[in-house]
Design a protein around this ligand. Structure first.
Ligand code: DUT
Ligand code: MG
Length: 590
């Protein structure tokens, strides 16, 4: 996989393109303000050695008064300057991190949006949500904090080391001899904490999925009075997540005493070795104070490293998830040699020996399907639930590709067409109606936002929706969908039909779109479908004879095979499945 090929840091670096220079300035600033930390102890050392201790201290205080004040002013001035640099650096890296975050997020959403149908069968919404929110934040944190902290720790450590060696290399060596022990502890910690973060990330995704599914599926929960059960289930996820969180934190806590012990040994070494050196006259008092006031600059980076390592592992676990989507490619894409067909299609649909199996399925769903729908014809598809009707029509807009055979539109294999050109010619009303949280007007005009108000109303009339829409308090401006006014199943179906019609498709596909409307309304819809003011081939999945009766051809699907095909009269005469359906629905002997 591509994810493995590219390292996480290289990926991050790639996405920092255009901001690398200004990020580098921030990093440079970080080095500068950390090295500047050494100036205060340096001046302090000078003040002590010149004005406080030594034989000439009293005389110097009189003779070199100016120098004394200059040193004090320099100390204060540099402190202010340092604060200013810290502020600017923080602004700088924050800016870069937000820009990079925005770039990755946009790319990620783009990827998710363009994925195949099968992608959505694989990934759960809650998991995808985690990737575009929490995981991305870990990536941002890497740029805004982790990398900067690494530079901060190392520049401080390095500068202090150099300064220590400059003052007295023996004492410096004695203090720094402790550092390797701390490093060993930190590497051990890293190995322990890495799997914890992976686990934590997985638990977070489960938690988000549970929340998302419960919120969007709350009606089902209510219908079955399963609130308590779901609350308990969520609580289990929640407890699990917080326990894993605690475990991760405890991992650090269990290593912390070792690091603290080693870090606290440093001042003791200074006290003992430094004390001996002063007594022997090898070290001035000023130097001792400088050592002592800078010992934190060695201790702190050591302590920080644990934290940095922790955050680094969080980034590592999160970026892996982000990169998986970042580099994912939909399988169903335009071929490089795809034909350019900008004209409106005539609307001929042909299946030639089509067989199909879902990637994750273990059995073929469609077997050897062949039929032709000529431009303008109406083809009805009927069959028991689960026989493969929806699967069949999903091959026309190339949501999936047949495992065998060909699907042709206007005598061209759909695989050789450009996806947008193909799909622009198809109006589809799916079996599960999904409306957006938008006005009714906005929902109907979803496929073509240039639609005028009059046209929207016309299509609402075609789908027998105009009457109930005008009765609503705000008519076409009523907000529907998640937060809006509730609609009945049949009302939703009719809006979805209007939406499919509004693109004036050459091929109209209706998947059980009138199942929830009453007979009378259905009749109206049928009438207007015959009177459409644009040419259109109709492929209609339905259960009712009344819907399919007047079709040019009726296909009966049984277990993924076409078992009967012909007009109403022909099929009734065959006395097969269709015939029994007619008897069942009309209650008459025919
Ligand atoms: N199936 C899958 N994966 C999917 C969708 C469906 O394996 O993503 C299976 C389930 C079923 C068969 O394919 O056994 C046919 O499903 P389809 O949805 O095509 O059936 P239908 O004829 O549309 O049934 P219904 O009338 O209930 O809508
Ligand atoms: Mg179906």
């Amino acid at each position: 996989m591509e994810t493995q090929k590219r390292s996480k840091m290289a990926w991050l670096w790639e996405n920092m393109k255009g901001y690398r220079a200004i990020y580098f300035i921030g990093i440079l600033g970080t080095i500068v303000y950390n090295v500047m930390q050494l100036t205060v102890p340096y001046f302090t050392q000078m003040i002590i050695d010149i004005f406080l201790t030594g034989d000439e201290a009293a005389a110097n205080l009189v003779n070199k008064r100016d120098l004394f004040f200059q040193l004090i002013i320099a100390m204060v001035g540099l402190t202010f300057l340092r604060t200013l640099i810290v502020y600017l650096v923080c602004m700088d890296v924050e800016h870069v991190s937000q820009k990079v975050l925005y770039r990755i997020r946009t790319h990620l959403f783009d990827k998710i949006e363009r994925q195949d149908m099968s992608f959505y069968n694989t990934y759960r919404t809650g998991d995808l949500m985690t990737r575009v929110t929490g995981d991305l934040d870990a990536v941002r944190h890497m740029i805004a904090w982790v990398l900067r902290s690494i530079v901060e720790s190392f520049s401080l450590l390095l500068a202090t080391t150099v300064y220590f060696f400059y003052m007295d290399w023996r004492l410096a060596l004695a203090i720094l001899a402790i550092a390797p022990f701390i490093m060993v502890v930190i590497v051990k910690f890293r190995n322990k904490v890495a799997p914890r973060h992976k686990e934590l990330r997985a638990k977070l995704s489960l938690l988000n999925t549970a929340a998302q599914e419960n919120i969007s599926g709350n009606r089902v929960v209510k219908a079955f009075a399963r609130e308590d059960y779901e609350i308990k289930k969520f609580d289990e996820c929640s407890v699990d997540f917080s326990q894993t969180n605690k475990k991760t934190a405890l991992t650090w806590i269990s290593y912390f005493p070792y690091i603290e012990t080693f870090a606290n040994l440093m001042p003791i070494v200074l006290l003992v070795v430094g004390g001996l050196f002063i007594m022997n006259g090898q070290l001035t008092m000023g130097e001792y104070v400088a050592f002592s006031s800078l010992i934190w600059a060695v201790q702190n980076p050591m302590r920080m490293l644990g934290n940095i390592m922790n955050e680094f592992q969080r980034f590592s676990a999160a970026s892996e998830k982000v990169m998986e989507i970042y580099y994912s490619e939909p399988k169903i894409v335009d071929k490089p040699e795809a034909l350019d067909l900008p004209q409106r299609f005539r609307g001929k649909v042909e299946f030639k020996n089509v067989s199909f199996q879902y990637e994750d399925g273990n059995m073929p769903v469609l077997h050897n399907i062949s039929f032709v729908a000529n431009p303008g014809e109406t083809i009805a598809i009927m069959g028991e639930t689960g026989c493969g009707k929806t699967s069949l029509i999903q091959l026309i807009p190339r949501f999936y590709e047949p495992t065998e055979g060909e699907v042709l539109v206007d005598d061209i294999n759909v695989n050789d067409m450009k996806l947008t050109q193909l799909r622009k010619n198809i109006g589809l009303a799916t079996q599960d109606v999904l409306l957006y949280s938008d006005t009714i007007d906005g929902n109907i005009a979803y496929g073509d936002s240039s639609l005028t108000k009059e046209e929207v109303e016309k299509f609402a009339k075609y789908s027998a929706a105009a009457k109930f829409i005008t009765k609503m308090p705000e008519g076409y401006d009523t907000i529907v969908g998640e937060r809006g006014v509730g609609l009945s199943g049949g009302q939703k179906q009719r809006i979805s039909l209007a939406r499919a019609l509004a693109v004036k498709p050459a091929i109209l596909i209706l998947d059980d779109t009138t199942s929830a409307v009453d007979m009378e309304t259905e009749k109206q819809i049928q009438h207007s479908l015959n009177e459409l003011d644009f040419p259109c081939t109709k492929i209609i999945i339905a259960q009712r004879i009344s819907t399919t009766k007047f079709a040019d051809k009726i296909l009966i699907i049984q277990d993924g095979r076409i078992s009967e095909s012909g007009t109403h009269e022909e099929l009734v005469a065959q006395k097969g499945y269709y015939h029994s359906l007619v008897q069942l629905q009309t209650g008459e002997e025919v």
